[in-house]
Design a protein around this ligand. Sequence first.
Ligand code: ADP
Ligand code: ZN
Length: 215
Amino acid sequence: MKIILLGAPGAGKGTVAKQLTQLDGSVQISTGDILRGAVQAGSELGKEAKGYMDRGDLVPDSLIMGIMEARLQEDDCEKGFLLDGFPRTIPQAEALTELLAKLDISLDMVVNIDVPRDVIFDRLCTRRTCENTKCQAIYNVKSMPPKKEGICDKCGSPIVQRADETQEAIAHRLDTYNEKTAPLAGFYEKKGLLKTITGTSSDAVVNGIKKELGI
Ligand code: ADP
Ligand code: ZN
């Protein structure tokens, strides 16, 4: 499947994407995971991106398009992909349309995961992420704690609160989302690709997508 997952930070895009990869071998492509990996590796990309990310601002479109142009041409994308956290602005969406046309790829659909703001805010404040960039498993201290406090079940690395998951940065990320990313729903609606799924559980969202794809 070739799908874009839209939705506010904390809407569950990452969790849904991981569940969908199990269905048909499509890969999850998370620009946030790629950028955090680059920051930890101390690469040029990471150095450029870090300041924006820590403040909860978007990284410039040109950096993101460079990453995605290369990523979509890797072999593992042939079975399909789930774009998680990209595109995030109208210019990114327009550039993606051109890039997909150039690569002769067509999207199945764009899923807008719609979750109320108070649920989102609460979720982000209690979210924890595995610090190992190869893993980046997601936990929640209230609803999905690891078996051993502070330690990732999957790889044994410490789980931490992300630098952009302070209350202040979260509020800023949600405002940025409303201003820059929410308009993408209208953009894809016009193209006839949008499917909005309201749901606070990832299972409900995954089932909605399966139904839509007829699988
Ligand atoms: P979340 O969806 O929880 O906000 P992500 O992991 O998707 O988190 O992104 C973390 C940060 O990485 C963003 O706040 C932003 O700074 C940067 N980022 C990720 N994807 C993009 C993108 N497509 N365009 C610009 N910045 C991005
Ligand atoms: Zn881990």
